[in-house]
Ligand binder design. Structure first.
Ligand SMILES: Nc1ncnc2c1ncn2[C@@H]1O[C@H](COP(=O)(O)OP(=O)(O)O)[C@@H](O)[C@H]1O
Ligand SMILES: [Mg+2]
Length: 398
């Protein structure tokens, strides 16, 4: 994967180390050099030719301003991000006039750093540009409707796409089984990460997640039922923010209780896939959910209806009737294939590996592609479909 090359200059060891850890955890960013002295940084930049420089100006504002002026003059293609604990208007103006393209307040917030890098790197190769992650929430209209099957398999398919990095969060706090689907034995859970979120930088956060062979990073539900209430809404919000800075996509398998953490995720999500099957109890719940969520601003517009298990023979309501009942179009249909899904689930092997040629697998690959394309187009980044097709070529070979 191509990466955006960064160099840091910060005389304070504490904040330099903090910044280094932040940078090391950002997908698509790599730390070329770090320097503790303003007077040496020019030569460091000359030798390592980073694309972006992060300069903390607090140690000596005058010398740091002169350094930024010198860097800007000699390396006009290099983006400079100035960092200070002061947000005084005159200071910011002075630094921007010297040639900094962005100004960040110390201590640097991971999400803000990613956004700044996104802006500074706007002229560089799109595949190198750090992107703030997109949250895709997978909600269900009824227990057993297939949210975990779709979440896990979608995450695995997305993780195959070049330049995409995917975290899967199991928000079914009491009965979540995403770890079983991936045959994973996680060391840490959402509880550990939420409780320590203040102390976690992006590198530690990544290490707390369990990496699956497919490339997906899993954050599982807590082990004990009694731990569920220990995850506060605000800590969970921070976890989401950190994960957004570290991954290009977060797939969140929501619980069916629509509790405060589920709603928080729905609010933060970029897309919500609401899974249903074509039976009356599910469709009734879809209507109920849409009506209830209508009261919360900004959620229903993001919801896409996904029918799972289409092709089931008995007792199915037609798509047309379902659409009329819900009053919305069906966005996607995932075909029924009980043997493939349940076998993959029982063996802890995602469909991508256990049934690569099955129609359901190809369908979920297309869904992954479709969602990435939509988001890329939204970001005005050109997508390279051919590359993806090439990547998945091995699936059709057998
Ligand atoms: N597309 C599908 N075709 C056939 N069976 C499916 C499909 N999706 C899910 N299932 C089955 O439905 C059951 C519930 O799936 P699961 O993903 O655990 O649902 P949820 O997470 O919504 O409770 C499982 O037995 C699974 O094998
Ligand atoms: Mg589930």
């Amino acid at each position: 994967m191509s990466e955006l090359r960064l160099a840091i200059c910060d005389p304070s060891e504490d904040s330099r180390e903090r910044l280094k850890h932040l940078v090391m955890g950002i997908e698509r960013a790599c730390l070329e050099a770090d320097c503790s002295r303003y007077e040496f940084f020019f030569d460091v930049v000359k030798t390592t030719e980073p694309e972006v420089c992060l300069v903390n100006i607090d140690h000596d504002v005058e010398i740091a301003t002169a350094l930024i002026t010198q860097l800007n003059r000699n390396f006009p293609q290099t983006g400079i991000i100035a960092i200070s604990s002061s947000t005084e208007g005159a200071l910011i103006l002075q630094i921007m006039r010297a040639g900094a393209r962005e100004f960040l307040r110390a201590p640097v917030d991971a999400q803000e750093l990613v956004s700044s890098l996104e802006r500074v790197a706007v002229n560089s190769d799109p595949s190198k540009r750090p992107k703030s992650g997109k949250i895709i929430a997978i909600a269900g209209a009824s227990g057993g409707v297939g949210t975990t099957s779709v979440s896990v398999n979608l995450a695995c398919c997305m993780a195959q796409v070049p330049d995409e990095s995917v975290a899967l969060i199991d928000l079914d706090l009491s009965l979540g089984d995403a770890d079983v689907f991936l045959d994973a034995i996680p060391e840490y859970t959402l509880l550990d990460v939420a409780q320590n979120v203040e102390r976690l930088d992006l590198s530690l956060l990544r290490k707390s997640l369990t990496k699956h062979d497919s490339g997906v990073y899993l954050l599982p539900r807590p082990v004990q039922l009694q731990d569920i209430d220990e995850i506060s809404q605000s800590n969970f919000g921070r976890v989401l923010k950190l994960l957004k800075a570290s991954f290009t996509h977060l797939i969140v398998d929501l619980s069916k209780s629509y509790n405060s953490l589920d709603i928080r995720t729905l609010r933060a999500a970029d897309e919500v896939l609401l899974l249903t099957q074509l039976d009356l109890p599910c469709l009734r719940n879809v209507v109920r959910l849409l009506t209830s969520l209508e009261a919360m601003e900004g959620i229903t517009d993001k919801i896409k209806i996904v029918v799972n298990r289409t092709g089931l023979e008995s007792g199915q309501i037609s798509l047309k009737k379902a659409e009329a009942h819900i009053g919305r179009e069906i966005f996607w249909q995932v075909p029924n294939n009980f043997s493939a899904v349940s076998e993959g689930r029982n063996n802890g092997v995602p469909l991508l590996y256990s049934a690569p040629n099955a129609a359901i697998t190809q369908n979920i690959i297309s869904l992954a592609d479709h969602l990435i394309d939509r988001q890329s187009n939204g970001d005005e980044v050109k997508s390279d479909k051919k590359e993806r097709k090439g990547l998945f070529g091995f699936l059709s070979k057998g």
